[in-house]
Design a protein around this ligand. Structure first.
Ligand code: GLC
Length: 745
């Protein structure tokens, strides 16, 4: 550790000591009622029944307040807490700022598609600046649940199917939100959620139970959370669902053994919304009192909006069921984070700041850059793309082509008015001299409305009559007919992915595929742009539409970024962080499975289903470019290493085209035998590189104990086997450039 780091470490340990002393002095003065109040996160919105926020703050103060997005009101409530509550402890204001506050960035699944952690760092740093300027101290992000079932709506909020990529993006988001030190007035405290295993909901049905072995948890679902702890994340949020029959919010194994005893986490854990009270609904706790006791003992510091702690903990201490020490243990990290943020000194927000901050030009510029880097080119037959800007008449067709909400995607903060540049607008801006016509075609809407619709009634999509549907379809085909090229913009509405937005199929919703086929039947060149929050089974399009761009939910500048790529101002370089199944029924589907006795390539292998191929439509790590690349010279620094030692892997990547472009060099391993059967491939390194035409670059990776250790079912602990390994380096999870090495005793 160099002098600077030594200095910083000693400085931070000095500060840490001072804060610890200050917190203990504070605790010693607080009544039991006040301490319990710090363990409560109260609702700032009237859609959840609960005590009046002002009264609570006046009487006892509160740990935190959420679901409020009103800068002036934040200061009013903070003043009550500080001037009128017994100890004057400031409140943490919290909100879901998942991919932007006013400037909206690509959804996290899109950020992961960039395979560039800097996209997450830069985007979330700006989100933090804007949120903090609004008066928000704490965001409920990053959401880092591994997801291998695209039917699960919340796949949009995470980094996809892989623990290695997921860990890199988790740490990057924490660094973006929190920076080096949460005392920075332009940062917010981050929250690693939902701990843990939430993405493995049975059938992809949000909130449904999860069954994961300890091996699967430790090798796949927990690594991004551990990466968040190592990145210094201040808080965690427990997941809603039953994990192996124990609600995550009452899981001592998760909240104490793994999170604190093994990982040394020193922050605090907040439940998901009403999850403490829901222990009763889930048939786990007998009543709210039992729920409060079990959650607290399990290690849950803060009760989000269930009021179970407020209504029961004091009695549980007074009747001797719970100790004051346990209360103090749970309160301490909450006060510590408030002190670390400097809230005792600066509890108020400058109400004139927000307008200036959100109008900084670099915010939209960064959003456009992040969107450009997140998009994935899935198909480009005969180099139809990039398009010429000499086009005279282009038709833009589709129900999300001019939807600001679909372009910004799921998880907008309360009160946010969608203001994105739509794909239609982006095309018009790019082709200012041409004729650009538009028709939405039939609207798409959920069959079962989301409960969020009540909170955001403006998001409701009106139902169309059969006659309206027919008219819209006809109008769209007619609009396409007159144009020389058609840009179809299809996908999902913002409420079709995200929370409580799971679906049984991965097909294009509504009549989009029918419309696509009708437009393609016109015999004109067609480009398909996808705006969606999950992989879609676009089987027909993948064989019949010459150019397909996966744009995800790209944010405020999404339309400009799409046009930048379609017209070649930017060469796409994104890669899929999750595979695209051919059918929703094939889920869960992921590349890192074990071989089985009849793996793909086996002479008797045809397909796991007799009615469809079970290979993905597009594999993990896949993405095209306008450039082309070649991999060669895969070399290992040793053919054998001793357990615990490392070897260096190098490979050369060359841009063999006439245009500059990015390639994401990916390194996969396969342990060929061992204490346990091991996945057919595991991502253990990646680097996105930019290469000029003809340029070559040698990319290096280290493979050592960290990469070769795994949690073994057989051994019941972390182990590194002596065994032989395959190594591949290439442009996706089906890379073929191969070498081998052995780990020996
Ligand atoms: C929601 C979500 C969680 C969010 C919380 C607060 O139900 O599950 O991700 O942070 O409640 O809004």
């Amino acid at each position: 550790m160099n002098n600077y780091q030594n200095h910083t470490k000693s400085a931070s340990s000095k500060v840490k000591k001072e804060i610890a002393e200050r917190v203990n002095v504070l605790l010693a003065k607080m009544s039991l009622e006040e301490k319990v109040a710090q363990l409560a996160q109260i609702s700032g919105a009237d859609f959840v029944p609960g005590p009046d926020a002002e009264e609570v703050l006046r009487k006892t103060g509160a740990g935190s307040l959420l679901w409020l997005n009103d800068t002036k009101r934040f200061n009013e409530l903070q003043k009550i807490a500080i001037d009128e509550s017994p100890s004057g402890i400031p409140v943490l204001f919290a909100l879901d700022v998942i991919h932007g506050y006013r400037t909206i960035f690509p959804v996290p699944l899109a950020m992961a598609s960039s395979w560039d952690p800097e996209v997450a760092v830069k985007s979330q740093a700006i989100a933090a600046k804007e949120a903090r300027a609004a008066g928000i101290h704490w965001t409920f992000g990053p959401m880092i649940d591994i997801a291998r079932d695209a039917r699960w709506g919340r796949i949009v909020e995470g980094a996809g199917e892989d623990p290695y990529l997921g860990s890199a993006m988790a740490a990057a988001q924490v660094r973006g939100f929190q920076g080096e030190d949460i005392s920075d007035p332009e940062r917010v405290v981050a929250c690693a959620k939902h701990f843990a295993g939430y993405g493995a909901a049975e059938g992809g049905r949000d909130y449904d139970e999860v069954f994961l072995s300890e091996t699967e948890l430790r090798n796949t679902y927990l690594p991004p959370f551990k990466a968040a702890v190592e990145a210094g994340v201040g808080t965690f949020m427990s997941a809603y669902m039953d994990l192996n029959h124990v609600p995550a919010s009452a899981s001592r194994w998760l909240l104490r053994e793994v999170l604190r005893e093994e990982w040394g986490f020193e922050g605090f854990v907040v439940s998901d919304a009403m999850a403490v009270g829901n222990l009763v609904v889930q048939g786990h706790a007998r009543d709210n009192r039992d729920a409060a006791q079990r959650a607290l003992v399990a290690g849950m510091n803060m009760d989000m909006a269930a009021n179970a702690y407020t209504e029961n903990l004091a009695d549980l201490v007074n009747d001797g069921t719970l100790s004051m020490d346990l209360i103090d243990e749970m309160v301490r990290p909450i006060l510590t984070i408030k002190a670390q943020m400097g809230l005792f000194e600066n509890p108020y927000v400058d109400e004139g700041l927000l307008d200036e901050v959100v109008s900084r030009p670099e915010h939209k510029q960064t959003s456009r850059w992040a969107a450009q880097r997140s998009m994935v080119l899935l198909r480009n037959e005969d180099n139809l793309l990039p398009l010429s800007d000499k086009l005279k008449h282009v038709a833009v067709i589709g129900p999300v082509a001019d939807s600001m909400a679909a372009t910004e995607g799921s998880w907008m903060v309360f009160g946010h008015k969608p203001a994105a540049v739509t794909v239609l607008q982006g095309i018009k801006d790019k082709l200012s001299g041409a004729k650009v016509t538009f028709a939405p075609g039939p609207a798409i809407r959920r069959d079962f409305p989301s409960f969020f619709e009540e909170m955001f009634p403006e998001s409701k999509i009106p139902e169309q009559t059969p006659a309206e549907i027919k008219a819209a379809f006809t109008e769209a085909v007619a609009t396409a007919k007159d144009a020389e090229l058609i840009i179809m913009v299809l996908g999902e509405n913002a409420d079709m992915a995200g929370e409580a937005a799971s679906r049984g199929s991965l097909d294009l919703p509504g009549k989009q595929e029918e419309l696509l086929k009708a437009v393609c039947a016109l015999g004109k060149p067609v480009v398909l742009v996808l705006l969606n929050g999950r992989p879609l089974s676009i089987n027909w399009a993948s064989e019949n539409v010459p150019a397909i761009l996966e744009a995800w939910e790209p944010g405020t500048e999404g339309g400009h970024a799409v046009a930048d790529i379609l017209f070649g101002d930017v060469n796409p370089g994104g890669k899929l962080p999750v595979c695209f199944p051919r059918n929703g029924n094939h889920a869960p589907m992921y590349y890192g499975h074990t071989l089985s006795h009849q793996p793909e390539g086996h002479p008797q292998y045809s397909s796991r289903y007799w009615d469809s191929p079970t290979t993905p439509l597009y594999p993990f790590g896949y993405g095209l470019s306008y450039a082309s690349f070649e991999f060669s010279n895969l070399t290992l620094s040793a053919a054998q290493i001793a357990a615990g030692k490392s070897l260096t892997v190098t490979a050369e990547v060359k841009n063999t085209s006439k245009v500059a472009g990015d390639e994401v060099v990916q390194l996969y391993i396969h342990q060929k035998w061992g204490t346990d059967s091991r996945p057919i491939r595991e991502l253990k390194g990646f680097e996105r590189v930019t290469l000029q035409p003809g340029e070559s670059k040698t990319v290096r990776f280290e493979l050592g104990e960290k990469e070769l250790t795994y949690w073994s079912t057989n051994a019941g602990k972390w182990i590194q086997d002596t065994a032989a390994f395959d190594v591949w380096v290439g442009s996706d999870s089906q890379a073929t450039l191969h070498a081998e090495f052995e780990v020996v005793a």
